[in-house]
Write a protein that binds this ligand. Structure first.
Ligand code: SF4
Length: 358
């Protein structure tokens, strides 16, 4: 059961995307090209948007990068969060130059006056600030444990929030990230009990595509299934669009966002059909056609329509060269196995046209 803790968080706006307060969990990614390569950044973010991205973040390491915010925002069509470390002047400049949000670590901006300048600029621009606490960069103050704990992360976040609130600003979201899955989960759980700021979920330096996907899905899956988390980023050593696709499948799997699903059997000795190739092709076709359907591709009739009863549409390859097409659990046609690929694709296109004419 999905709990609804997220409904209890406050809501902020990042550009035109609501975050928290019961809004759909939004998907974020970060551009990976160098800041002076605006065309590459824009291409990456356009691909990410096509894949389902809601909010993009870009690194702002210098004043030249600040000047690109408006163009990247306009050409990518995504709200842009400026990611800033150490130099508060860059955060002030980003707020004044079109950023839809700031991601800062208030502990490394250079003291209270610097923080006040950033908060004032964000208030004037009416944009939110993400307070980002990473386990690897907790302040080295007295009483901090040598190994970062969930409690140390939560206490750091609460202290940073109190500092910002004391300046009179409350458009905040918070992230508590660690490489260790259990530390990330526990920090976010504990924070949720103590505060109602919207939470940005992620696992830092999650890893290359496969291992990073598994690590992120495990950590974020636990939290999202408990109703914790308002916006997510899957950090992978891969393209931004790949991060977004993983995030979308995660949210789809948890019934938190609509989207296409391909149900395909793992295949076994009962089939020599091309299940893997067809399933992969159907997955990309559903994305391309933007069809939120459940489509099954099964290797044989043993578990075909039965196992995939929940599917809107599906095929099961057959033993004597004859396979089945089925819709909503009902067999609607018999075709030669080699025809199933074309039959299924044609039916998907028909459904798309039917939807367009409704
Ligand atoms: S559906 Fe048929 S081919 Fe696929 S795994 Fe099950 S028994 Fe094997």
């Amino acid at each position: 059961m999905i709990l609804s803790v997220a409904e209890q968080t406050k809501q902020i706006m990042v550009g035109d995307v609501p975050v928290g307060g019961g809004a759909p969990v939004s998907i974020q990614t970060m551009a990976k090209a160098p800041p002076d390569q605006v065309d590459r950044i824009v291409e990456q973010l356009k691909d990410a948007k096509k894949a389902g991205c809601d909010i993009a973040r870009i690194a702002i390491p210098n004043l030249e990068a600040v000047k690109t915010i408006g163009e990247i925002k306009q050409r990518s069509g995504l709200p842009i969060v400026a990611d800033i470390h150490f130099d508060y002047r860059l955060a002030v400049a980003a707020a004044r130059n079109g950023a839809d949000g700031l991601r800062v670590n208030p502990g490394n901006l250079g003291g209270r006056d610097a923080l006040k300048a950033v908060v004032t600029a964000a208030a004037e621009a009416d944009i939110p600030i993400r307070v980002g606490v990473n386990a690897g960069s907790l302040p080295k103050t007295q009483g901090m444990p040598a190994i970062p704990t969930a409690d140390a992360m939560v206490n750091t976040a609460l202290k940073m929030i109190a500092d910002i609130e004391s300046i009179g600003f409350d458009k905040l979201k918070v992230s508590l990230k660690a490489f260790d899955l259990f530390t990330t989960v526990e920090a976010n759980r504990r924070f949720t009990i103590q505060a109602d700021w919207p939470l940005h979920l992620g696992v830092t330096e999650a890893g290359p595509s496969l291992s990073g996907t598994v690590r992120s899905a495990a950590a974020l899956g636990i939290l999202l299934a408990e109703g914790i988390g308002d916006t997510i980023r899957i950090s992978l050593s891969s393209d931004p669009a790949e991060e977004v696709r993983v995030a979308r499948y995660l949210l789809r799997t948890l019934n938190l966002r609509p989207g296409p699903v391909v149900v395909s059997c793992p295949t076994c000795g009962r089939t020599d059909s091309q299940v893997v190739g067809l399933a992969t092709k159907i997955e990309s076709t559903l994305e391309l056609l933007n069809l939120d359907l459940v489509v099954a591709v099964m290797g044989c009739e043993v578990n075909g329509p039965g196992e995939a009863r929940e599917a809107d549409l599906g095929v099961a390859f057959g033993p004597q060269g004859q396979g089945l097409l089925f819709e909503s659990g009902q067999i609607v046609g018999k075709y030669a196995n080699e025809e199933l690929h074309d039959v299924l694709l044609a039916r998907l296109k028909e459904i798309k046209e039917e939807i367009q004419h409704e």
